[in-house]
Design a protein around this ligand. Structure first.
Ligand SMILES: *[C@@H]1O[C@H](CO)[C@@H](O)[C@H](O)[C@H]1NC(C)=O
Ligand SMILES: *[C@@H]1O[C@H](CO)[C@@H](O)[C@H](O)[C@H]1NC(C)=O
Ligand SMILES: *[C@@H]1O[C@H](CO)[C@@H](O)[C@H](O)[C@H]1NC(C)=O
Length: 180
């Protein structure tokens, strides 16, 4: 009984470590699209590969007008036999000011926000009347989020955010990645 139990624990530990080793995140593409250039535009938006293990995403959005009021975040996954990506797990829209005032108020939004939290200057209460930056969000940080914090199955993913002011979409940011 004791031996079996130890064996089971060892097997579990082994399978967990195999999962951890084999789960690996890669950025595959990024798209930043301003839908209203009077309102905002992107100064840069790119994936940089420094070397095989250090890759990061940087985005800078310039705001010209009224502040962002709502943000929609969706995670989509590519399914076999389906022509494109379908929403997977989360599709949430929230009042940016209310959420940033208390990021614990919404656990799902909090998980999505945690992907960028240490790398962004949005890290404060409203108003956001300055350029919005995500600077050098590294692949190993995203990898930690999708394998350790909340493990996500293998596949091709799209993390889409829609930035709204007064209920009109002003900008879209799409980050594509693969977990293998
Ligand atoms: C990749 O680049 C980073 C930053 O320059 C460096 O710290 C790291 O050692 C490099 N890794 C490899 C495997 O060269
Ligand atoms: C997310 O939900 C909103 C509101 O229900 C909807 O308008 C939008 O199309 C959804 N996004 C995706 C990618 O399906
Ligand atoms: C932020 O939270 C504080 C304390 O909970 C509250 O008094 C204030 O009205 C909130 N502000 C916004 C913009 O929600």
């Amino acid at each position: 009984m004791g031996v079996n139990h130890c064996g089971l624990v060892a097997l579990l530990a082994l399978s967990i470590s195999i999962v951890e080793i084999s789960s690996k995140f890669e950025f595959t593409n990024i798209m930043c699209n301003s839908l209203d250039k009077q309102f905002s535009d992107f100064e840069y938006c790119y994936i940089k590969s420094v070397n095989r293990s250090y890759k990061y995403v940087s985005i800078k959005a310039k705001l010209f007008k009224t502040p962002i009021t709502k943000i929609n975040g969706v995670i989509l996954k590519r399914f076999n036999g389906y022509n494109g990506y379908r929403p997977f797990m989360f599709n949430i829209t929230l009042d940016a000011c209310r959420f940033m005032n208390n990021t614990k108020s919404n656990p799902i939004a909090s998980y999505l926000y945690d992907f960028i939290r240490p790398f962004t200057n949005m890290n404060h209460n409203c108003p956001y009347d300055h350029d919005l930056v995500i600077e050098k969000l590294p692949i190993h940080f995203v990898n930690h989020q999708v394998t350790k914090v909340l493990p996500v199955p293998e596949g091709d993913y799209l993390y889409e955010t829609n930035w709204m002011a007064y209920d009109i979409r002003r900008a879209v940011v799409k980050v594509y990645g693969t977990i293998s």
